[in-house]
Design a protein around this ligand. Sequence first.
Ligand SMILES: *Cc1c(COP(=O)(O)O)cnc(C)c1O
Length: 400
Amino acid sequence: MDSRQLIDLADAYGAHNYKPLPIVIEAGEGVFMHDVEGRRYLDFLSCYSALSHGHRHPRLIQAAKDQLDRVTVTSRAFHNTEMGPFLKELCEFCDTEMALPMNTGAEAVETAIKAARKWAYVAKGVPRGQAEIIACGDNFHGRTVTIVSFSTEPLYRDDFGPFTPGFRVVPYGDAAAIEAAITPNTAAILVEPIQGEAGVILPPEGYLKAVRQIATRHNVLLIADEIQTGFGRTGRRFACDHEDVKPDLMTLGKALGGGVYPVSAVVGRRDILGLFQPGEHGSTFGGNPLGCAVAREALRVLEDERLTERSAQEGAWLKARLAEIQCPYIKEVRGRGLFVGVELYPEAGGARRFCEALMERGLLCKETHDDVIRFAPPLTITREQLAWAVDQVREVMVAI
Ligand SMILES: *Cc1c(COP(=O)(O)O)cnc(C)c1O
């Protein structure tokens, strides 16, 4: 079947909860993807950072194959050989005490919310059923009903109530607003260190540090959602590291699975995650040996290939080259590491048409909201490949 037929099938039988670019991927290798017509594209989105290691990294594929030949899923009714070592290695990588494995990012966020509420009742003494969590405007933490309950994006939320109570939303980047929203019942502050889906929004300098201090001062937990920003994406292991901030809990996902398998986790303080009792929380596939084996190797590859350092170095270069592009439509180029947003003025007519033009030239990226193009290539990308991508962006920006 050709692209058209495959797209028609997806449209005919699939719910239309996405609006993908009209391209059908058949294969991927490293930083490249191929469509069914044999055209080659440079992947400048990386599955929203899940492909930080690139497509089918040989060591990750080998780890998956080796594990496929042993055992794939066991359920948590039994132990398996991979989970214990994975959790230890993940805690060491994150410099933290305990971890709880799940599969998707939204599940990790749900887990963190449950952990914070439990801590509020058991450790802080908040009356049961009264715990509050402070979240930020324009957040993105996933798609469950509870998570969209504190979304400020009408599209994500409006048709899906009734909503889960217990959340307060304050403007992102405003530490004083967080402090003002704290009550005796506040359990946690949930924050993205950089807002990805909102358009690669960086908070003002010192924000994370201030939020950390506020949380400590009021005996409130700081939960950082590092699902998109973690594992080197922003040029440090975690985006909170840019301000030397240590959250009490972190939600992790995306790149943790090496682009091979969905693996997520909540990591953090033992006195919080240690409160879960058997039966209170879980997931059939969470901690399965296949996912754990892949994630262990994903962490090792990050280290061995110095992907975090590469992200910092190559990201700075990319941002500088993009900022040099002379185009009246470009309002701002911003980001950290290989996580860069190009915001266009409204007169540009939306980011989508630029993404389509880049696709025609063999560069795949995606608009986020209307006016931002997000660039997040695999962290394995070379300087030459980046230079080629910048050429395409320049030519599209100048031509349109
Ligand atoms: C992608 C993302 C999520 C949700 O992850 P899923 O695996 O899609 O459920 C949550 N938080 C942030 C910051 C994300 O980027």
